[in-house]
Design a protein around this ligand. Structure first.
Ligand code: GLA
Length: 705
């Protein structure tokens, strides 16, 4: 619902109101984003007493006003949402439009329009010749507000944008903290929380992709807000390039939040009449972190992910990477696939090493032609043999890259990104293709498509294993990101029956932009379940389990050397898109039996895990136990996973209250046969009966009677 009443705009989505007003001088002001309030006009906020005032000709001091899309330099000296260089802007309301659906943002992914209603407010600075069209989209059935901004040059000369955030929200007070997801390779999306004091916080990344280090998702919350209650605001740019969420807490104790493209090293020149679209940004409020996460999960599953796999149960896969690395032949692969079929696995994925002369990671990226020495019957022949065993076949690519030792590089050395002043930096001995150029995009599209069209490939793992250095100009990273989106769009749209999984040296590009093309992403190369408890717990703040790839690998884990039982490895991996990544042909019989049981269990519970409501129960960042549960939407089934890190003699009991169940229903735990009432599990809770030892799990598979 969107209504204009007097000088106010009231927007409503599921469970929230978003309110703006046009000030007496014509500025578009932010008024409220939170729980629903009735759409009835009310008086303006007091402007307060201000001693060292800067005042425009219209009498307004913009520094004092909570604006929807602020600019710097005129009478507002805080961090702006938009900037066209010094001199500043004074954007005033010009017109608005309310309409069903939502506008497309040229070249950018964005949420699906079904069930949407949009308000576009046009702001103008007539003196500067700049127009900003602010889009606000709401859905009756979702608690997410989509915002975007399109800036148009209406002046007679060229203007240069040096920042164009997607959205700005200004909270009236500062007793707040911010939470963001930080990390590194093998340690993605850990949770950091900081109390906000006056100053500027820049939660950003400038590494080319959205990055392992800082994820494009930030929560601003009441200091006291916790998992189950308290004001929480989440912002998530639908963007895979350099991003920033900037929070300025000002002298008056208000917190301004700008989110979108990172202004650092960004610039866009606009000729007269030209427009620039900033990516979409998703905003949601929740009463508690749990509710906020569930709002994002539902929206991501239904309006960000698309295509035939968005709501499909995801296949149980086996990937050969940690089993063979690049040292394989057809016989080895088929021996894994054959046994995998017997164990209940559904998809065989051939990872890196199948093309060019790729026997190590120092060559051949860009040469997407099968290595017939390793695979004499080609990809087509291998796919047929895997299919004949009763498995689907999937393939790994890293299409954005080129190795200096490759035929592609020898033919087109200028296709690699380079600043032009020195040899570009290498990452994993590889360079990045310049996807800002149409001919390079076309090469990548044709190279990948021709492999996909040559065989029955039903799954693709799309990797990106380095950061982007040596970018030749400001604004390049955004152009690259648009190129990446064009390439992804063309390939994905022409292969609707292929399930795509994103990857970037593990989970280095885990964002809502990627999820518009690929409904699942490899969460981390670190599959040690103890590490995964942190990684998956942190990732769940923003993203649903259906987006997270999680596999069972060797024990002891190849990276951490931590010995963890097959049971614990399986239990933790079962909380996402399940699979295996180890040489099953070398496992003892009891592990093979365990795998058979795990795949059978996965088939039983994956719909609940992938598409149920997700509740966090115990934070591994605060406790010795990490825990969560998924509850089927109709509350008929629930899968609970609790993982204990270290055993300590005579330590405290673990008391856990379950969440999200039907209080009046009786549930049977299929693992123990015990029955419980829903209200008992949620109110009294359980004292968890962990097995003895380190790295152990306690799981429940609750079925309503
Ligand atoms: C990255 C991925 C791995 C694997 C290798 C192959 O590191 O995260 O899963 O695909 O590349 O080179």
């Amino acid at each position: 619902m969107i209504k204009k009443i007097e000088d106010m705009f009231f927007l409503e989505g599921k469970g929230f109101s978003y309110v703006m007003r046009i000030s007496r001088e014509g500025y578009l002001l932010h008024d409220w984003f939170g729980k629903k309030i009735a759409p009835v006009a009310y008086g303006e906020d007091p402007r307060g007493w201000w001693c060292v005032q800067t005042e425009g000709a219209d009498g307004a001091c913009l520094d004092e006003l909570r604006q929807e899309y602020p600019a710097y330099g005129h009478t507002d000296l805080r961090r702006p949402a938009v900037s066209v260089g010094p001199g500043g802007l004074a954007l005033k309301y010009d017109s608005h439009r309310i309409y069903p659906g939502k506008p497309e943002l040229p070249g950018l992914p964005s949420a699906l329009p079904d069930g949407a209603e949009t308000l576009t407010v046009s702001l103008r600075d007539k003196d500067a010749g700049v127009r900003a069209d602010l889009n606000y989209t709401v859905y009756e059935n979702y608690g997410v507000l989509c915002r975007s901004a399109v800036i148009t040059n209406e002046s007679g000369g060229v203007i240069t944008l040096d920042r164009a955030f997607s959205a700005s929200v200004e909270l009236p007070r500062c007793d707040l903290s911010e939470i963001h997801l930080h990390g590194s390779w093998g340690r993605e999306r850990h949770i950091a929380e900081n109390r906000l004091a006056p100053g500027v916080y820049d939660i950003s990344n400038a590494r080319g992709g959205s990055g392992h280090q800082i994820n494009p998702f930030v929560i601003i919350k009441d200091i006291e807000a916790n998992e189950d209650g308290g004001f929480c605001l989440g912002v998530m740019p639908v963007y895979s390039g350099n991003h920033s969420t900037e929070i300025e807490v000002d002298q008056r104790g208000r917190a301004r939040v700008n989110s979108g493209i990172n202004p650092f090293m960004f610039e866009k020149a606009l000729k007269p009449g030209e427009s620039f679209a900033a990516p979409e940004c998703l905003l949601a409020v929740g009463d508690g972190l749990g509710e906020l996460s569930r709002t994002f999960h539902d929206f991501i599953r239904d309006r960000i992910c698309r295509g035939r796999f968005a709501h499909a149960e995801r296949p149980i896969l086996i990937n050969n990477w940690e089993a063979t690395y690049m040292d394989f032949d057809e016989e080895k692969l088929l021996s894994i696939a054959g046994l995998a079929k017997e164990l209940g696995i559904e998809l065989f994925v051939l990872d890196d090493g199948w093309f060019g002369k790729r026997n190590n990671d120092r060559c051949s990226l860009g040469d997407w032609v099968v290595n017939l020495e390793k695979l004499p019957s080609g990809i087509d022949g291998l796919a047929k043999k895997v299919n004949a065993l009763g498995l689907k076949f999937g393939l790994w690519f890293e299409p954005e890259m080129v190795s200096p030792d490759s035929d592609l590089y020898r033919a087109h050395p200028d296709w690699a990104i380079s600043s032009g002043t020195r040899s570009p930096g290498l990452g994993r001995t590889q360079l990045v293709l310049d996807l800002t150029r149409a001919e390079v995009q076309d090469y990548v599209i044709n190279a990948v498509n021709s492999v996909l069209d040559s065989a029955n490939i039903e799954y693709v793992k799309w990797d990106m294993n380095r950061y982007i250095t040596d970018m030749p100009r400001k604004g390049f990273n955004h152009e690259y990101t648009l190129g990446y989106y064009r390439v992804m769009g063309e390939i994905v749209n022409s292969h609707p029956n292929v399930l795509f999984e994103g990857c970037s040296a593990g989970g280095g590009r885990f964002d809502a932009g990627v999820l518009c093309y690929m409904p699942q992403i490899w969460t981390s190369d670190d599959t040690d379940p103890m590490e995964r408890v942190y990684i998956q717990y942190g990732t769940s703040l923003a993203y649903p389990p259906s987006a997270m790839g999680s596999h069972v690998t060797d024990g002891p884990n190849q990276y951490t050397r931590r010995p963890v039982s097959m049971k614990t490895r399986g239990d933790v991996a079962l909380s996402g898109n399940f699979g295996y990544e180890l040489d099953i042909t070398k496992l003892p019989a009891e592990d093979l039996d365990a795998i058979k049981a795990q795949t059978a269990l996965c088939r039983e519970l994956r719909r609940t895990v992938e598409y149920g409501d997700f509740y966090r129960l115990s934070s591994p960042f605060k406790n010795n136990v990490g825990g969560w549960m998924s509850v089927e939407k109709d509350k008929s089934r629930a899968y609970v996973t609790l993982t204990k890190m270290l055993f300590r003699p005579n330590s405290y009991f673990t008391h856990i209250r379950l969440k999200g169940l039907d209080p009046n229903a009786r549930y049977t735990d299929k693992f123990t046969g015990r029955t419980y009432m829903g209200d008992m599990l949620m109110n009294r809770g359980i004292l968890v009966d962990f097995p003895h030892g380190d790295f152990v799990t306690y799981t429940m598979w609750l079925i309503k009677e």
